[in-house]
Design a protein around this ligand. Structure first.
Ligand code: TMP
Length: 209
């Protein structure tokens, strides 16, 4: 285990993970538990610029290989500049997405080979791996409706076809099978308070929070 816990949240678009990160952060603040909230892609000025490049809609076709390398470039910067320093100073880190997203999106949905994705994930993360990962599972149709309900223009990835989002979900489900000890599935279609109750039960049992 890292010096302080590294907890990640994953799910398809509209799964509600960002809300759960916020709720858990509020809970930790109330209990005086030092932590840092961050997200991928992003978390540093350079990684945030890469995020904008990745999510903006564009005429030019973005090849899956290019997309993979951009996500990994943002991660390499984020891990070294933000996550590792926070963990080694004793701050827990709550991260909205990490390398499981690369397996679900770039391997399962874009079709890149798993060996390359695993290799680049390991290289960018410098061997860092989450202690605990919440996977909020929602049906892609429901996630899509939630995204539409926000009233903002969907970004380049949110605008992908339903088939793409189904493959992302399948990718997450196969990760869940591969890492049953680390990844905890929570039914994401339930109300946010119910989902948060499960998150709390888990962090209390696993991390003593
Ligand atoms: P967000 O909308 O949850 O902040 O995530 C940004 C988008 O980037 C989302 O569509 C998922 C996608 N993504 C990947 O395709 N690969 C990755 O490795 C990561 C971290 C995110």
């Amino acid at each position: 285990m890292s010096p302080a816990p590294f907890v990640t949240f994953e799910g398809i678009e509209g799964s509600g993970k960002t809300t759960q990160v916020r709720l858990l952060s509020d809970y930790l603040t109330k209990r005086g538990i030092s932590h840092r909230v961050t997200r991928e892609p992003g978390g540093t000025p350079l990684a945030d610029e890469i995020r904008s490049l990745l999510l903006s809609r564009r005429e030019e076709f973005v090849f899956p290989e290019t997309e993979l390398l951009l996500y990994e470039a943002a991660r390499a910067q984020h891990v070294r500049a933000v996550i590792l320093p926070a963990l080694s100073s004793g701050q827990a880190v709550l991260c909205d997405r990490f390398y499981d997203a690369t397996v679900a999106y770039q391997e399962s949905a874009r079709g890149l080979d798993g060996e390359s994705v695993d290799r680049f994930n390991a290289f960018a993360s410098g061997g860092l791996s989450p202690d605990l990962t919440f996977y909020l599972d929602v049906d892609p149709e429901e996630g899509y409706l939630r995204i539409r309900g926000r009233g903002t223009r969907p970004d380049r990835i949110e605008s992908e076809k339903m088939e793409f989002h189904r493959k992302v979900r399948e990718g997450y489900l196969s990760l869940l099978e591969r890492h049953p000890g680390r990844i905890v599935r929570i039914e994401g279609s339930h109300p946010a308070d119910d989902v948060f109750r499960r998150v709390c039960e888990t962090v209390s049992a696993r991390l003593g929070w």
